[in-house]
Design a protein around this ligand. Structure first.
Ligand SMILES: Nc1ncnc2c1ncn2[C@@H]1O[C@H](COP(=O)(O)OP(=O)(O)OP(=O)(O)O)[C@@H](O)[C@H]1O
Ligand SMILES: [Mg+2]
Length: 260
């Protein structure tokens, strides 16, 4: 398996980065080779993986704008044991600089083509917007994983994301599809959560992962130690849920591969 997935939702704070870092660590735990690409100038996935975003010789900025090789920019997450391409504030400038560069939407795809077969899974943590950086991720990937919180405004904005995915599929990346929807910060005791969860089932059918990620304080604490929850507290509900998600994710992704 050599697959690239973008973790995207233009809504902020829905658990994209938490999912990216913890899925990466859980995939390593089941012996997969993983590369995490941070393309959010906030650099949260970088820090959450234990890499200091302010102290990296080369970052995703250099890959996208300066034609630096992925192999030269990658670091090893000391806590998660996966490879990381870091992001930091430099990347804010890239959004504008990319507009003047050739193949502006394909810079990430071109860079990843060289290393794709060295990894089982490449996960891209997107920023909370549909900008040129997210476009690069969607043009480069085989599928999109959409984390969603089961709350009132969750479905708002989803049609914009679907429209973007459809447009990119038609214009830039014919093989693009939604890989799966992950329910995050899930509270099964809440009526609202259950109502929204039912709506998601209706809307997305079997694209919705059965595994729900519960609201769990360990998941929120772990990034401040630069660790995935699996390393910070492997018994925590959050760590266990992401391990379960990784299992379901791999089964789905491998099944899809067989049917190609
Ligand atoms: N399952 C969870 N339980 C508890 N806290 C969580 C959970 N998932 C995420 N969080 C916390 O919620 C906040 C937002 O999560 P996260 O940073 O993963 O979202 P995001 O979608 O990447 O945000 P942004 O849009 O800013 O990139 C963080 O403080 C994170 O630690
Ligand atoms: Mg994030």
């Amino acid at each position: 398996m050599n697959k690239i997935y973008a973790i995207a939702n233009q809504k902020g704070g829905v658990g994209k980065t938490t999912t990216c870092v913890n899925l990466a660590a859980s995939l390593v735990a089941i012996k997969k080779r993983v590369l995490l690409i941070d393309i959010d100038p906030q650099g949260n996935a970088t820090m959450g993986s234990g890499v200091n975003k302010s102290d990296v010789p080369l970052s995703i900025y250099d890959v996208l704008v300066e034609d630096c090789l992925i192999a030269d920019a990658q670091q090893l997450s000391p806590s998660g044991n996966f490879s990381v391409i870091a992001a930091n504030d430099d990347l804010t400038a890239a959004e504008v600089q990319l507009l003047d560069l050739p193949e502006k939407q394909f810079r990430l795809r071109n860079a990843l083509a060289v290393v794709k077969d060295q990894y089982d899974y490449i996960l891209i943590d997107c920023p909370p917007s549909l900008n040129m950086l997210t476009l690069n991720a969607l043009a480069a990937c085989d599928g999109v994983i959409i984390p969603m919180q089961c709350e009132y405004y969750s479905l708002e904005g989803i049609s914009a994301l679907m429209k973007t995915i459809n447009q990119i599929q038609q214009q830039l990346n014919p093989s693009l599809s939604i890989e799966g929807i992950v329910r995050t910060m899930y509270d099964p005791r809440s009526t609202l959560t259950n109502d929204v969860s039912d709506q998601l089932k209706e809307y997305f059918g079997d694209k919705l992962y059965q595994t729900c990620i519960p609201r769990n304080v360990r998941l929120a604490e772990a990034p401040s130690f630069g660790q995935p929850a699996l390393i910070y507290d492997r018994q925590s509900k959050g760590a266990i849920a992401y391990l379960a998600l990784a299992g379901e994710f791999v089964r789905r992704s491998e099944r899809a591969q067989k049917h190609v």
